[in-house]
Design a protein around this ligand. Structure first.
Ligand SMILES: *[C@@H]1O[C@H](CO)[C@@H](O)[C@H](O)[C@H]1NC(C)=O
Ligand SMILES: *[C@@H]1O[C@H](CO)[C@@H](O)[C@H](O)[C@H]1NC(C)=O
Ligand SMILES: *[C@@H]1O[C@H](CO)[C@@H](O)[C@H](O)[C@H]1NC(C)=O
Ligand SMILES: *[C@@H]1O[C@H](CO)[C@@H](O)[C@H](O)[C@H]1NC(C)=O
Length: 336
């Protein structure tokens, strides 16, 4: 099992050449992990020699206090500076940035704590919550990991703004890299192409329209594309309102126009739509039995054009009542 997981990681990871053995632990554990919040892994990038000479200390060391005073314009600008040279002239440990988009507290925090334990050098955490939420998150991995946040509402552009804010904050730490899996589909019918507004042409044509979900993983290259965009942003903000649910279309459509070859075209997140309705099944206490964990091997998907039975890294959605049974099974069945 373990070696299969590693092999799966090998092909897609743009940073495999700089990875250490140590850094393999977390991603292979991630393959078995559940999530209910937004999680984005950030991919590899480089640093220009000039910047290293001038700002070595600032660049190598991530900002120690996430509560900077940059406004969104300044933050996105700062985070969009992309180093061009691919080799790092210093030692660094690549990390995965985990981003949590939440209203307030994280119901699964104890499970995350356990997941992260012992991997302290291999991850960074960013939390975007309601500005009014005064998190204590202490003592915990989430302590002081909140970024300056603003109100984000389901289905409208402020949600995408929050996601861009998370990505931009994570980009400020050059050790955040890894993964690129953006799930998207071209869906005919009212909930897919039906949400397209022809005023978006010619930047976005009907055939470009894609749909996906907020649970995605992107590398640095795609993260920069998302935060630097000024071409598609105004189109989506103006012409994808209300029942359009812009957060299901904006990044997906934009990236599929710009960099289709970098998109995974499938999801890494297990979701159960079989119960019908507008929302997927929520798993509660009664659902979490040993058999439940078979979901991770329940399908066949393509990985690097080869059939694979390990299709999911994450799963949603879990009710707070699932926490205890998940904690009970985590060491035996999830490996942490
Ligand atoms: C951020 O501050 C700069 C400089 O004061 C200003 O030009 C810009 O409009 C501000 N952006 C936002 C989103 O407030
Ligand atoms: C937030 O909580 C801290 C203690 O955890 C407290 O010192 C601070 O005053 C609180 N801030 C607000 C705005 O409530
Ligand atoms: C949309 O269609 C127009 C007219 O055919 C074309 O000029 C434009 O490049 C298309 N846009 C995209 C994103 O392909
Ligand atoms: C994903 O699908 C698009 C077409 O929609 C294709 O151009 C692209 O190469 C695919 N990506 C991968 C990684 O297969």
């Amino acid at each position: 099992m373990q070696s299969k997981l590693m092999a799966l990681e090998e092909g897609k990871d743009p940073a495999s050449s700089v990875r250490t053995n140590q850094s393999r632990t977390l991603p292979s554990r991630a393959l078995q992990f559940f999530m209910i919040f937004l999680v984005l892994g950030l991919g590899v990038s480089t640093v220009s020699v000039y910047m290293i000479r001038c700002f070595k200390v600032q660049i190598i060391r991530p900002p120690s206090n996430l509560l900077h005073t940059m406004n969104d314009t300044e933050l996105l600008w700062r985070a969009s500076s992309v180093p061009r040279i691919k080799t790092y002239p210093f030692k660094r440990v690549p990390k995965i940035a985990f981003m949590f988009l939440t209203k307030g507290q994280l119901p699964m925090a104890p499970l995350w704590e356990r997941f992260f334990k012992g991997n302290e050098d291999l991850y960074s955490i960013y939390v975007h919550s309601l500005p009014s939420y005064n998190a204590s998150f202490t003592p915990s991995v989430f302590y002081r990991r909140q970024i300056p946040s603003q109100l984000a509402e389901w289905g409208i552009m402020s949600m995408c703004d929050a996601e861009r804010r998370l990505l931009a904050n994570a980009l400020l730490d050059i050790s955040n890299e890894w993964y690129s899996f953006m799930g998207l589909i071209d869906e005919p019918g009212p909930y897919g192409r039906g949400r397209y507004d022809e005023n978006m042409a010619p930047e976005v044509n009907l055939t470009d329209w894609r749909k996906g979900y907020q649970w995605f993983e992107v590398n640095r290259e795609l993260a920069v594309k998302i935060i630097e965009d000024t071409t598609y942003y105004p189109k989506f903000k103006t012409f994808c309102q209300l029942a359009c649910y812009v957060d299901e279309h904006y990044f997906q459509t934009m990236l599929s126009i710009q960099t289709p070859h970098l998109l995974a075209n499938r999801s890494l997140t297990y979701v159960d739509w079989s119960r019908g309705g507008a929302h997927p099944a929520t798993f509660g206490k009664a659902d979490i039995k040993e058999e439940f964990f078979k979901i991770f091997e329940s399908e066949t998907c393509l990985y690097n054009n080869q059939p694979s039975s390990l299709c999911f890294l994450f799963a949603r959605k879990f009710a707070p009542s699932a926490l205890n049974p998940l904690l009970e099974f985590s060491s035996k069945l999830l490996g942490f």
